[in-house]
Structures are given as structure tokens and as C-alpha cells.
Ligand binder design. Structure first.
Ligand code: C2O
Ligand code: CU
Ligand code: CU
Length: 488
């Protein structure tokens, strides 16, 4: 197996000299002044269980005064945050006003394959889709994004991302910050490159396919280097990495610690104190940050280790961190509530009960499978177990209601591995037990070398609407690093 660092050097040598300097020039330190945009909240308790989403082209000025052509869900860019309660059944009405096929995948919702919104559930231009989503899962932060065959990466990059907050009563019971937009903030992390007129530049070159497409400017909720005014007390951030490919290596500028309270699938057993947090595409973490000292602070990210010199912001300085956004606490201190000692009782991860074991090798450096349609993506195909994705092939058959151990191996570089329709516990990462903040329920995990997962299959999917599993680097998924499973 090629070590990923050696692979990075090998590919770096192939780049024309001009590329690095032009990227360097546009990565100047951003001025932090735009207020953090807070996506519109659709709270189904107030607005009812029928939720409309209109997918359409729009215009949004990422760069001040220079609007770019974008896509959004009932918004010029991004989409609403939909807040639902456990036990709700949501009647979605999704209209596609784009001039291309799309799908809407509810990433993190535990729903059957026929409403999951994967690549088989195409909404044609002018068409609509009316899935009913039965919400029956613990409190968590999920999201939605496009998943059309061979067009996910571009559509995601152009702006299609929304968030879903599931409430099961724990927030009130645990007295956690829960005022949306005040002390409970969605933080959607992405990166983009811009032309001089402010238009979005999507790099669709072989390098972008090989590593995934990274922009040289970081955006949060669609804004470059925004500032959030927060209460002078504990604040909950719902972090979502919705970048095509970038991992964020987060820390606060003053080195302050913070607590991770939830991962993809919901609350951790107890808050986990950290000073740094890595988040990869598709992952969510909820964190509690204490602003009671009243001092403004930046959230920073480090260079993307998966890209070496070409990692964009922060990459040129080696270990240099760059600002992502700033927090400015208000003047009046908020009475601090005690951090709960226990958050949830996650079911014990008992590998002894698993029905069987499967292995998946994610390979971005070579592929022995037949080059089929995936060749369209710049002649590069990417595989799982030697086979590029095939819409007409069911790769795995899983028995509904069972748990299995899935072993994931990454070749070429670290791949954020995601499974639709199921949550998992990480049993091992690179041969050791996972750190505490990765020990809860998840649906994406960054696999550097190998990972061992205990996957709980509780949602059905048939061959007509199978579930996907894939690398969440959008360009890798699109180049073929995806498989399909049925669950019956
Ligand atoms: Cu975020 Cu196939 O999913
Ligand atoms: Cu998903
Ligand atoms: Cu990948």
C-alpha cells in the first residue's frame, strides 16, 4: 500500500508551477466583518408538518458587492434549518426548479431506502418529490444535500446544503443551550474559490478528482470570515463539514478548551473536553463553548493534511492556522448553567452480537475494476473493493435488524467513509480504540488507515432504492468510490 504522504508528494510533483503561486495569491488573510448569516429556521412545531423546499438557481454575494450564480433550497444559497421532533412525520414537498436532475438525500435521518434521496430518486427539472419522513431517532444534527449520479460535487459546491435538527426533549431535560440563532448556532463549514468577478470557481481538474476539490477561501454559512455576536456564557455550535473534500482542523485562537457533546448520531455519553477537533466532509459535531470571560476569539483551522502544499488556507505555512470566523460575546454575563455530567446512555457497542464481518478497501490511487462510465470524471476511476460504483449492481445484502462489523481500509489518502440508512459505533481506528469524542453513534468516519465499525441496520432498502456507502469526498464518490446495499 502506498502511504498517503508519499502519494501526496508524488502528485504534487505533477503540478505545473503556476498553480501554487496563483492559489497562494488569492489566499490572503480575510478581514472578519460580515455578521454570521443564520439560515431561516423552519420549526415544524410552529409551521406544521408539511415542509416545502424549492431547489432553484439564485445569486449570492460571497465576495462583497460581487454576486455569484448559486443554487439553494428555498434560498439564494444553502437552505433552511428544519427543526423536527422525534415522533413527527414530515410531509416534504420538494420542487426542482433547476435545469438539471437532482436528488435530495437526508444525510443522518434514519429513514427507509425509498425516501432516502440517493442517486436512484431523481427529481427531473420541473418535477417534484413528496417523501414522508417518519422521524424516529434520538436528538441529533443531520443535514440534506444533492446526490445525483455524477453531479453531486458540482451541485453541492454551487450551494445546495441544508441542516436538520432533531429534538427528542433532551435539550430541555439537560438544560442545554437551545435558542436557535442565539446560543444554538448552525456552523456550516465549506471552502470555495472565486473568480475576480466574485463567481464561484469549481476546479474540475485531475488533481481535484484525485484529492477532492478544495477552495482557497473558507466560508461559514455562506459568508467569508464572518463574526458571530454571542451571549456572554455557554454557546452550542452545531458544526457541519459540508465541504466537497476539506477536513477542518479546528481550534480557538486563544487555545481555550471546549466540550464535544454530540457526534453525527446524537449525544455522547458525557461531554468530552478537547482543545482541537478534526471534522471531515459529512461529519457533524455539537460543541459547547464558554464565552463568559467576555473576550472575542477566533475559530481557526489548520492546513489540510490530506493536501500537503496544496491544502489551501494555512497550507503554505506548514503548521500555520488561519481564521475561520470570530465570536464576539455581549457585554452582559449570562447565568451559566452547569455542564451536564451525563448526556445519553448509548447502547453498549457489543461486537459479540454482530451477524457477520465485511471488508471494504477504498482505493483512490489505483483501481483494478473495469473502467466504465466513471471514466467521464477525467479518466480517473475510484473503487471500493476493486469495483467502481455501478447504479445497476447491488454490492452487499444485509439482513434488516442485525449488526455487522465493517472493516474499512483507506488506500492513497484518508477517506471519510459514510453509510446511508444506518449508524455505527467506531470500535477501532488504526488498530486502537477511538478517542472519546468518536465513541458515540456516527455515520461518517475519517479513515486514515483502517477502521473497524459496528453497524446497526435498522432501516429497509430494496434493490429498487438501495442504500449507498461511500467516501464523502464528493469527487471521490462521483468518480466511483461508492457501493450499494439492500437491507431486508
Ligand atoms: Cu451525505 Cu451519500 O451522503
Ligand atoms: Cu448519507
Ligand atoms: Cu475518498
Amino acid at each position: 500500500m502506498l502511504s498517503r504522504r508519499r502519494f501526496a508528494l508524488g502528485a504534487a510533483a505533477m503540478i505545473a508551477p503556476g498553480v501554487l503561486s496563483s492559489r497562494h495569491a488569492s489566499a490572503a488573510s480575510p478581514q472578519i466583518e460580515t455578521p454570521l448569516p443564520i439560515p431561516r429556521l423552519i420549526d415544524t412545531e410552529k409551521s406544521g408538518r408539511a415542509v416545502k423546499l424549492r431547489i432553484a438557481a439564485g445569486r449570492h454575494a460571497f465576495v462583497h458587492g460581487k454576486p455569484a450564480a448559486t443554487y439553494g433550497y428555498s434560498a439564494p444559497v444553502l437552505g433552511p434549518v428544519i427543526r423536527v421532533r422525534k415522533g413527527d412525520s414530515l410531509m416534504m414537498a420538494v420542487d426542482n426548479a433547476l435545469d438539471c436532475d437532482t436528488t435530495v438525500h437526508w444525510h443522518g435521518l434514519h429513514v427507509p431506502g425509498d425516501v432516502d434521496g440517493g442517486p436512484h430518486q431523481v427529481i427531473k427539472p420541473g418535477g417534484s418529490w413528496h417523501p414522508v419522513l417518519e422521524i424516529n431517532q434520538p436528538a441529533s444534527t443531520a443535514w440534506f444535500h444533492p446526490h445525483p449520479h455524477h453531479d453531486t460535487a458540482r451541485q453541492l459546491y454551487t450551494g445546495l446544503t441544508g441542516m436538520i435538527i432533531i429534538d427528542d426533549g433532551s435539550d430541555a431535560r439537560l438544560d442545554l443551550p437551545r435558542s436557535y440563532g442565539v446560543d444554538d448556532l448552525p456552523i456550516i463549514l465549506q471552502d470555495r474559490s472565486f473568480a475576480s468577478d466574485g463567481a464561484l470557481l469549481y476546479a474540475a481538474d485531475p488533481l481535484a478528482t484525485a484529492y477532492g476539490s478544495r477552495g482557497d477561501i473558507i466560508i461559514v454559512n455562506g459568508a467569508i470570515a464572518p463574526v458571530a455576536t454571542v451571549p456572554r456564557g455557554p454557546v452550542r455550535l452545531r458544526l457541519l463539514d459540508a465541504a466537497n473534500a476539506r477536513n477542518f482542523y479546528l481550534r480557538f485562537g486563544d487555545g481555550r478548551g471546549f466540550h464535544v457533546i454530540a457526534s453525527d448520531g446524537g449525544f455522547l455519553a458525557a461531554p468530552v473536553a478537547v482543545t482541537r477537533l478534526t471534522i471531515s466532509p459529512g461529519e457533524r459535531f455539537e460543541i459547547l463553548v464558554d464565552f463568559s470571560n467576555g473576550k472575542a476569539v477566533t475559530l481557526e483551522t489548520g492546513p489540510d493534511e490530506e493536501m500537503g502544499l496544496f491544502g489551501g488556507p494555512g497550507a503554505q505555512g506548514g503548521s500555520e492556522h488561519v481564521p475561520v470566523m470570530r465570536f464576539e460575546p455581549g457585554a452582559t454575563p449570562i447565568a451559566a448553567t452547569a455542564l451536564p455530567l451525563r448526556l445519553a446512555e448509548p447502547a453498549v457497542a457489543d461486537p459479540g452480537k454482530s451477524a457477520r464481518r465485511r471488508r471494504f478497501i477504498l482505493d483512490s490511487s489505483m483501481c483494478t475494476g473495469e473502467p466504465r462510465e466513471a471514466q467521464a470524471d477525467h479518466g480517473r476511476i475510484m473503487c471500493i473493493n476493486g469495483k467502481p460504483h455501478d447504479m445497476d449492481r447491488i454490492d452487499e445484502q444485509v439482513k434488516l435488524g442485525t449488526t455487522e462489523i465493517w472493516e474499512i481500509f483507506s488506500v492513497g489518502m484518508a477517506h471519510p467513509f459514510h453509510i446511508h440508512g444506518a449508524s455505527f459505533r467506531v470500535l477501532g481506528l488504526g488498530g486502537t480504540a477511538p478517542p472519546a469524542h468518536l465513541a458515540g453513534w456516527k455515520d461518517v468516519v475519517l479513515v486514515e488507515d483502517k477502521a473497524e465499525l459496528l453497524v446497526a441496520f435498522q432501516q429497509p432498502a430494496t434493490a429498487r432504492h438501495p442504500f449507498m456507502y461511500h467516501c464523502h469526498i464528493a469527487e471521490h464518490e462521483q468518480a466511483g468510490m461508492m457501493g450499494q446495499y439492500v437491507c431486508m
